[in-house]
Design a protein around this ligand. Structure first.
Ligand SMILES: [Zn+2]
Length: 280
């Protein structure tokens, strides 16, 4: 391979001459580091074709995966957050919200919609971690409450897809009230005998786990999702002991009786719709 060895030294290619694959053509799995086509990855429900790592995705991808032909009607699409506490940390809260809206193209950390999933009419609420860590503030609580109202009015099952760091600190007590509000709405759904399925994805923690995410008629999770209330560091320091292996993984939580089953994202649509058909 002598022709392959560079004879002259110091050959520098200017940046503009370098050829690159178009952005977004390839996807590198953060778990096994293997490379695949973005298209192939998307067709595989955003899971790695080599190691089945489930990439963290948001509402746009989930709606595309679940609603037939990506057809759905969004509820309360323009609801945005107020600033009841005039809260400032490194930034004023309204500035943080505005810049996050601009950066993500989302209005808050949850989107709600209804449509058809296989043969089933369904209402789905899906959290977006990209919006301030999927934190639950007043808008998240209100949109979920209204989506449950929609389920009640139309007698369609409700699917909640959670991915959240917990309550939104910038709304303090107002965030915590959302736990009671969403739980009360879910109680009405239960009284009406309408099924509620809660899907916990990586990560689901804090006030979200402590309220609607664990109140499903079926609580299900994606493989290896981190599920917990407090973070492992806090728990370790509190109990002063090392934590067992795999602590707070979906598999661990399933084994300890807090989940009904774990579902591979590629099977999510078919499994959930056939489960709901059985319940009808
Ligand atoms: Zn992989």
């Amino acid at each position: 391979m002598s022709w392959f060895i560079r004879k002259e030294k110091g050959i520098i290619t200017p940046t503009e001459m370098k050829r690159e694959a178009p952005d977004g053509l390839w996807y590198q799995c953060p778990n096994c580091k293997k490379i695949m086509h973005t298209r192939e990855h998307k067709l595989n429900a955003y899971t790695c074709v080599h190691c089945n790592y489930h990439e963290k995705i948001g509402s746009e991808a989930y709606f595309g995966l679940l609603f037939n032909d990506n057809q759905f009607t969004e509820l309360d699409a323009d609801m945005t957050s107020a600033d009841p506490l005039k809260f400032t940390d490194t930034k004023a809260y309204p500035d943080r919200v505005r810049s996050t809206i601009k950066k993500t193209g989302l209005k808050d950390a949850v989107r709600t919609a209804y449509g058809k999933m296989n043969e089933v009419d369904i209402t789905i609420a899906c959290m977006d971690f990209a919006f301030i860590g999927g934190s639950m503030g007043s808008v998240v609580g209100e949109k979920i409450a209204r989506a449950i109202d929609h389920s009640l009015q139309t007698k369609t099952p409700f699917l909640m897809i959670s991915r959240s760091g917990g309550a939104r600190m910038m709304e303090a007590g107002f965030s915590l009230m959302q736990m009671a509000k969403t739980s009360a709405k879910l109680a009405l759904l239960s009284e009406a005998g309408i099924p509620y399925i809660s899907l916990l994805t990586d990560p689901t923690t804090g006030g979200v786990t402590a309220s609607f995410a664990m109140l499903g008629d079926f609580n299900i999770a994606e493989p290896e999702a981190l599920i917990g209330f407090a973070g492992p560091r806090v728990i370790r320091e509190t109990i002063g002991k090392d934590l067992p292996k795999g602590f707070q993984s979906a598999e661990f939580v399933l084994e300890h009786g807090f989940l009904d089953f774990i579902v591979d994202r590629k099977d999510l649509k078919d499994k959930v719709s056939s489960l709901l058909q059985m319940l009808q």
